[in-house]
Write a protein that binds this ligand. Structure first.
Ligand code: DSN
Length: 421
């Protein structure tokens, strides 16, 4: 569709931006999106995020605002909070964080003193910048130490984490990951935190949709605080959310506003409320199960094609390929990701545990199934993807082969239209 028909309002004012939006729409419609942190929101979520709510300032919380005219905004935020608490079984939810990084910053601001020790999963082992990594503000304003995955299995080793925690005595232990393909045992983290009197934060950004539907065990009964983004497996708008026990509610709310943020993005809050309603349906529970089924199918098909997978497979939505190991050192993650992109398959290069290479040109490739599952793709598509990825790996510089695969991807995408586009 033309930019003019897709975005008539933008087109009238700014055809250049309308064209770029239309091109992005086309790219999302016609490529296989395997970045595990991305998804397609529904038209309902899109409408909410594009609504007039973007016009309103609402510093404060429902019934306690610093601006007038909040009748409808308060109702929307209350619904989002109620739906979050009901869906996750949480005492309290703050739906105002602008995204996952501000959410984590707010948790540390709420519960820690500057300089306190945070212990999170090492970034190159699958953690996140905001779990105390040194280049992040969370590693500058607080001190930090990182636990790693087991050198043999590449899985979390709870005995080793416990031993390190007893030695280093962090004030907060963080569980959660951006590149860990296995189930996380949140109760084990709770026991470790209890032994040393530490707070326990579970960052479920990647898996919150799976947690909401019981497809991954929930940290809510175990963690003091649970943070998440809202746009990954949860399939909501770009945003963040914090859930916590009642005893931490005031501190968390104060840290978000006025501690770190100004007015909440009300259009995002409305989109989140809609997404949380969608996530409470049977259809969404089926969708979550299908994400994991597809990930397991894709992992099996990739192994059949000779790919080396970190931990040998997956329990969740995410797969990490060791490209360097797969190719006996011939190809790294970045050139593979770039060739895949030219063939219409979009993933991202990523470190693998104990990577000998630098993060900007690492050994691995990270992929996931939330977005393709939103399109309704299943077993046949997963086998197609694995075979196509093998062909790309064997033909990195062969533009004729990449172009043929690009056309096959295009045809497959036509059979599985993406929601919201
Ligand atoms: N950028 C997100 C991801 O891709 O996992 C984490 O913040």
């Amino acid at each position: 569709m033309s930019a003019q028909s897709l975005y008539p309002g933008i087109y009238e004012t700014d055809p250049e931006i309308a064209e770029l939006c239309a091109l992005e729409n086309e790219r999302q419609a016609t490529s296989i999106r395997l970045i595990p942190s991305e998804n397609y929101v529904t038209s309902a979520v899109l409408e909410a995020t594009g609504s007039v709510l973007t016009n309103k300032y609402s510093e404060g919380y429902a019934d306690k605002r610093y601006y007038e005219g909040q009748a409808h905004i308060d109702a929307i935020e209350k619904l989002a909070v109620q739906r979050a608490c009901a869906l996750f079984g949480a005492d309290h939810a703050n739906v105002q964080p602008y995204s996952g990084s501000p959410a984590n910053l707010a948790v540390y601001t709420a519960l820690l003193e500057p300089g306190d020790l945070i212990m999170g999963l090492s970034l190159p082992h699958g953690g996140h910048l905001t779990h105390g990594w040194k280049v992040s503000a969370t590693g500058k304003f607080w001190t930090s130490t990182a636990y790693e995955v087991d050198p043999e299995t590449h899985r979390l080793d709870y005995d080793a984490i416990r031993k390190q925690a007893l030695e280093e005595r962090p004030r907060m232990i963080v569980a959660g990951a951006t590149a860990y393909p296995r189930t996380i045992d949140f109760s084990a983290f709770r026991s470790i935190a209890d032994e040393i009197g530490a707070y326990f934060l579970a960052d479920i950004a990647h898996i919150s949709g799976l947690v909401a539907t019981g497809v991954h065990p929930s940290p809510v009964p175990h963690a003091d605080v649970v943070s998440t983004t809202t746009h990954k497996t949860l399939r909501g708008p770009r945003g963040g959310m914090i859930m916590c026990r009642e005893e931490f509610a005031k501190a968390v709310d104060r840290a978000v506003f006025p501690g770190l943020q100004g007015g909440p993005h009300n259009h995002t809050t409305a989109g989140l409320a809609v997404a949380l309603k969608e996530a409470s349906t049977d259809a969404f529970a089926n969708y979550s199960r299908a994400i994991v089924d597809n990930a397991k199918l894709l992992a099996g098909a990739l192994k059949d094609e000779g790919f080396d997978l970190v931990t040998g497979g997956t329990d969740n939505h995410l797969i990490l390929i060791d490209v360097v190991k797969t190719t006996n050192d011939a190809v790294a993650g970045k050139p593979f990701a770039k060739a895949l992109d030219r063939a219409g398959i979009v993933a991202n290069y990523n470190t693998v545990p104990f990577d000998q290479r630098k993060p900007f040109n690492p050994s691995g490739l990270r992929l996931g199934t939330p977005a393709v599952t939103s399109r309704g793709m299943g077993d046949v598509a997963m086998v197609f993807i694995a075979k196509a990825m093998r062909e790309v790996l064997d033909n990195l510089e062969n533009e004729t082969v990449l172009e043929r695969i690009r056309n096959e991807v295009f045809d497959l995408c036509k059979v599985f239209p993406a929601p919201g586009l």
